[in-house]
Design a protein around this ligand. Structure first.
Ligand code: GAL
Length: 689
């Protein structure tokens, strides 16, 4: 074996971000030292600037309770530093070593039916366990003390995808923590009884000690108990992150973050609440082939990540070059698809593009997961695409730091998601994320860039604000949405929004209680549709799954049903409000009808397309604009099999070509055009009025 000699690290400035990072997770502990040298040589060839190590390092760093062994990590850190590669250093706490779970089985997570989940996979720990916390902080302290001021460390990576497998723990320790959390939220047991509506089914509590997490029951569980448990569980995982992050901040001046999972299938963490606690927002994203057109979901996740980051640039901490290993059918990416995926993340605000992982594992349950360096080695399409990606990232590095231009917002909230998807709702066909995705897809198909913002955000800059299925909303957040219409926005509320308050308690007097006055209407009863039945509207639209019996008292009916159980009743309404307009969509339009409806709203609101000369993309041509203080960057991503041509002028950065009038975007290709930033419109400009 070749021993790798530690070398002194370079000056801190050598690791300052310049342009766009290209990075990866690196698991050298899975390989002999000879391979490390090969890895670092190839990393340099591929232009890797940032490497995440020690993500699952605990069992090697602390082989026994009283033994720390940093020799291997020291070598890796020194090797990367000597090669000018900055480090994204894991605290290594994401998966406890086997000795810890043997000595302290009480840290193991318990699922809703009360059974324990064993070690042997990863993340087998209870987020509320003080014992786990003590050991995890001891490791964090040891890592932080050793590398805290090492200039090779660009950023800290706390644990890994916190809450991925273990967010919801139902053990007795979690139950006690849940009771403490409830006591802090409600103060008195009577306040809890009121909030949870425990007059129902003999659920009234006399003692805090009687309260349990929503463990598996014979019938449906109290919904507010389940909602509070979702809130509690997000807070508990965040508290664990904060404990590690605070410790690191006391030992190191490097920024601290962790990788979020803003994707379709994970919903346990309220990342809007997490955002203030990370120094830069970082997300992991994988195409989910269980969905139709997963690249549209990618765009949604990227826009939501930017929303969590408050519009600032963010890091893509993980994506894949090709297939993953955890879907039923793990599809490879088509030629050029990884570049298109990357361009979409970049277009939507990512300034670092990192992959899981550098070298494909030969062992373990992820051995059939793709990597930058596949099992086939460098003589592979994947490797050639990695080199091409590096070339493109270098060519477009100047986009780093620019921000995304959007005039449309979707209001999105985790609490509404958790509450909407609980049991015993009017129809199991109505799922929160599906509803948000439908709106997003209609806008994506029309080529509209969208900001995705938390309830209660400042909506003042948007021409159109869409509120899909915001089932749970607070009074203050409902007022901020109404305020956006008053001050000039077109606000679109879709069905099953504004139904309950923060306690999941129905707002009485007719639906949608929180938005009745804003919309000038009142729904008396929901009429969900049987599976397979669709209804028609008199404007030619078709809808399914949901209708409702609505009476309009101060709004104009835009479209009514012409068949179905509510033949003749209003389905879409419009009301002038202050300087703006409120729209209500009381049914679940199919995506083409939804797109037509939203296109009408957008054009009335004067939404400007992303491209020049009225070009807004759409139908598979993704066009997004980023803007710096002096330049505009037009990202054009062609997801179709046909060449498109986009009207614009400037310099195309991936080819260096100068464009005068029209830019061809070949089938499957990505083009990124720099042009001079247009002057900001004067406040009196009618285009902004
Ligand atoms: C992420 C995780 C990585 C790896 C990857 C595979 O969830 O952070 O460690 O497992 O998925 O897609």
């Amino acid at each position: 074996m070749t021993a790798v000699q530690p070398v002194p690290v370079r000056d801190r400035s050598a690791f300052a971000p310049a342009g766009l990072d290209l990075g990866c997770d690196y698991n050298p502990e899975q390989w002999p030292r000879e391979t490390w040298l090969d890895d670092v040589r190839l990393m340099r060839e591929a232009g890797i600037t940032l490497v995440a190590v020690n993500i699952f390092g605990w069992a090697r760093l602390q082989p026994r309770p009283d033994v720390f062994d940093f020799s291997e990590l020291d070598e890796i850190v020194a090797l990367l530093a000597a090669n000018g590669i900055a480090i994204n250093l894991g605290t290594g706490t994401s998966s406890p070593p086997p000795w810890l779970t043997r000595r302290h089985p009480e840290i193991l997570p318990v699922v809703a039916d009360g059974t324990t989940r064993w070690p042997g996979g990863r993340q087998a720990w209870c987020p509320s366990s003080p014992v786990f916390r003590r050991y995890a902080l001891a490791l964090t302290a040891a890592v932080g003390e050793r590398y805290g001021e090492n200039p090779a460390i660009r950023i800290w990576h706390v644990s890994n995808e916190l809450g991925c497998h273990n967010a919801l723990c139902y053990c007795d320790v979690s139950a006690a923590a849940f009771r403490r959390w409830l006591e802090a939220r409600y103060g008195t047991i009577e306040a809890l009884n009121r909030a949870w509506g425990t007059a129902f089914w003999s659920q009234h509590y006399s003692e805090w000690d009687d309260i349990l997490p929503p463990r598996l029951t014979l019938s449906t569980t109290n919904p507010t108990q389940s909602l509070d448990f979702a809130r509690f569980s997000s807070d508990e995982v965040l508290a664990h992150y904060r404990a590690e992050a605070d410790l690191l901040r006391s030992l190191s001046s490097a920024p601290v973050t962790t990788n979020f999972m803003v994707t379709a299938h994970i919903r346990t963490q309220d990342y809007f609440a997490w955002a203030p606690h990370v120094d830069v927002v970082a997300n992991d994203h994988y195409l989910d082939h269980r969905l139709d057109r997963p690249h549209e979901e990618l765009a949604f996740a990227a826009d939501l990540t930017r929303g969590i980051a408050g519009g600032r640039p963010w890091m893509l901490m993980e994506q894949s070059t090709g297939a993953v290993n955890w879907q039923p059918r793990n599809l490879a990416k088509a030629p050029g698809e990884m570049l298109r995926n990357t361009a979409s993340h970049l277009a939507r605000g990512a300034d670092s593009i990192c992959f899981f992982q550098w070298r494909a594992s030969a062992q373990g349950s992820e051995k059939f997961h793709s990597a930058m360096l596949p099992h086939a080695g460098t003589d592979s399409t994947t490797w050639r695409e990695v080199l091409e990606l590096n070339r493109i990232l270098r060519a477009v590095g100047e986009v780093a730091g620019s921000t995304v231009v959007a005039e449309v917002a979707i209001v999105f909230g985790w609490e509404a998601w958790w509450a909407c998807d609980l049991d015993s709702r009017p129809s199991t066909d109505i799922r929160y994320l599906d509803q948000v995705h439908r709106v997003y897809r209609a806008l994506w198909a029309s080529g509209i860039t969208v900001d995705i913002v938390a309830p209660g955000s400042d909506l003042g800059d948007y021409r159109v604000v869409i509120v899909p299925c915001l089932y749970l909303v607070s009074d203050a957040d409902a007022a901020s949405i109404a305020g956006a219409a008053e001050s000039g926005a077109h606000v679109v509320i879709t069905f099953f929004s504004g139904i309950v308050d923060e306690d999941d308690s129905v707002r009485l007097g007719g639906y949608p209680g929180a938005f009745r006055d804003l919309l000038g209407l009142r729904t008396e009863e929901f009429f969900p549709l049987p599976d397979g039945l669709s209804v028609s509207l008199d404007d030619g639209a078709t809808a399914a799954r949901w209708t409702e019996k609505t009476e309009v008292f101060d709004a104009q009916t835009v479209a009514s049903y012409v068949d179905g159980p509510l033949d003749g009743s209003p389905a879409i309404t419009r009301r002038e409000v202050g300087d703006g307009v409120s729209w209500y969509l009381g049914t679940d339009l199919d995506v083409p009808s939804l797109r037509r409806f939203l296109d009408g709203v957008l054009s009335e609101a004067g939404v400007l397309p992303a491209g020049d000369d009225g070009e807004r993309g759409g139908d598979g041509l993704e066009i997004v604009r980023r803007r710096s203080s002096d330049s505009d960057y037009l990202f054009c991503i062609n997801h179709t099999d046909e060449e498109h041509s986009v009207p614009c002028s400037g310099i195309e950065l991936t080819t260096g070509a100068s464009v005068d009038g029209r830019m061809p975007v070949p089938a499957g290709a990505v083009r990124i055009l720099r042009s001079a930033r247009p002057p900001d419109p004067a406040p009196s400009d009618p285009a902004r009025a």
